[in-house]
Design a protein around this ligand. Structure first.
Ligand SMILES: Nc1nc2c(c(=O)[nH]1)N=C([C@H](O)[C@@H](O)CO)CN2
Length: 121
């Protein structure tokens, strides 16, 4: 299985369960591993044959601006669903960190895997 990577992507969004969190934008930090077969793109040196990490990063920024969930779980689940559907990603691992949410921790967050590894190959 090949992977396209997006690491330490900063995403601005309204997120949180507390009243004060509903009034401001916070920055989440995302790592994504996106399964694909890179051989067709490599064979043809053709961006159209692979997952365009720039386009996906832009979509994630749009998603952050569009929604204002309470839980990081909801953000992760809904984003994974949207990316898999819109970009035809058979499997992904998404790590979402919310820096500063727990001052004593470097970051807190969630990690999810969705889809089937090897699907579509
Ligand atoms: N498992 C979770 N725990 C907590 C969340 C969350 O989204 N998932 N959120 C909060 C608050 O919004 C917190 O981030 C404010 O600092 C608390 N626990």
């Amino acid at each position: 299985m090949d992977l396209v990577l997006i690491e330490a992507l900063k995403v601005d969004t309204v997120i949180g369960v507390y009243d004060w969190e509903r009034t401001l934008t916070q920055t989440l930090v995302l790592d994504l591993e996106l399964a694909t077969d890179i051989r067709p793109a490599a064979a043809g040196d053709d961006l159209a044959q692979t997952l365009n990490y720039a386009a996906i990063s832009e979509r994630i920024a749009e998603f952050g601006a569009q929604y204002s969930f309470e839980l990081v779980e909801t953000f992760a689940e809904r984003l994974a669903e949207a990316l898999r559907q819109e970009f035809g990603i058979p499997w992904l691992r998404l790590t979402l960190r919310k820096p500063g949410a727990v001052p004593a921790a470097g970051a807190v967050g969630v990690r999810i895997e969705r889809g089937e590894q090897g699907a579509g190959h």
